[in-house]
Write a protein that binds this ligand. Structure first.
Ligand code: FES
Length: 215
């Protein structure tokens, strides 16, 4: 099964639509980016490793570029100028620039990228976020749902990354630390670099990816 594209941006997805998308096949087809239940997780699984070219399941590597994971421009390389300050975030896959292999053989490789004011970032986050561009795993650390929403936080005024399965919130300005909900820990961060407007991966994931225990 190939990775589906979504016509809904990460910002447009509210909680009700995400929940409905699990029970209504029509809406599920439209809101593939808004999968909110464990039953839905299967729907976003990329093709099995057997169907993918070598390297597609490897975690993001240094010098990988990022390509859009959804929407009309799915597969296009993301450049710094493509991102809007303050969001919405963009979901992306790493791509090996030498082999052109998109690393979508594992859902654990999908990331979310958003451009923020560098002055809002804490020192740890700023150190790996060129021009304020932060990048995190899209997989929630609670039970592994994809993080689909960019909404005002439950207990404050900032917009945060939110997992609609059980409402965990992660602040991308603070190394994606948990600011609300049951998630046990921050989501993994992917350090980036920008050269001549081109975004690439600077280093492997920092932190555990997915809903692994501990850490
Ligand atoms: S899987 Fe994300 S909050 Fe439960």
């Amino acid at each position: 099964m190939s990775q589906p594209n979504s016509t809904a941006s990460i910002e447009q997805i509210d909680q009700s639509s995400a929940a409905d998308s699990c029970t209504d096949p029509t809406r599920r087809a439209v809101l593939l980016g808004a999968l909110a239940g464990c039953a839905c997780l299967a729907a976003i699984e990329p093709a099995s490793a057997d169907d993918e070219p070598p390297g597609a399941s490897e975690r993001p590597q240094k010098a990988d570029v990022l390509v859009r994971a959804e929407g009309d421009k799915a597969g296009e390389i993301i450049k710094a100028d493509d991102l809007t300050l303050g969001g919405p975030p963009v979901r992306a896959w790493p791509k090996d620039p030498k082999t052109s292999v998109v690393r979508k053989g594992s859902r654990l490789n999908e990331v979310v990228i958003v451009k923020l004011d560098p002055n809002e970032l804490d020192d740890t986050t700023r150190a790996r976020a060129p021009d304020g561009i932060v990048c995190y795993s899209v997989i929630c650390s609670h039970a592994g749902c994809p993080i689909t929403a960019w909404v005002k936080e439950e207990q404050g005024d900032k917009k945060v990354l939110k997992c609609m399965c059980h409402n965990s919130e992660f602040d991308p300005r603070q190394n994606a630390q948990v600011v609300f909900g049951p998630a046990p820990r921050r989501i993994a961060a992917l350090p980036l670099t920008v050269a001549d407007g081109a975004i690439s991966v600077a280093a492997p994931f920092i932190g555990k990816v997915g809903a692994q225990q501990g850490g």
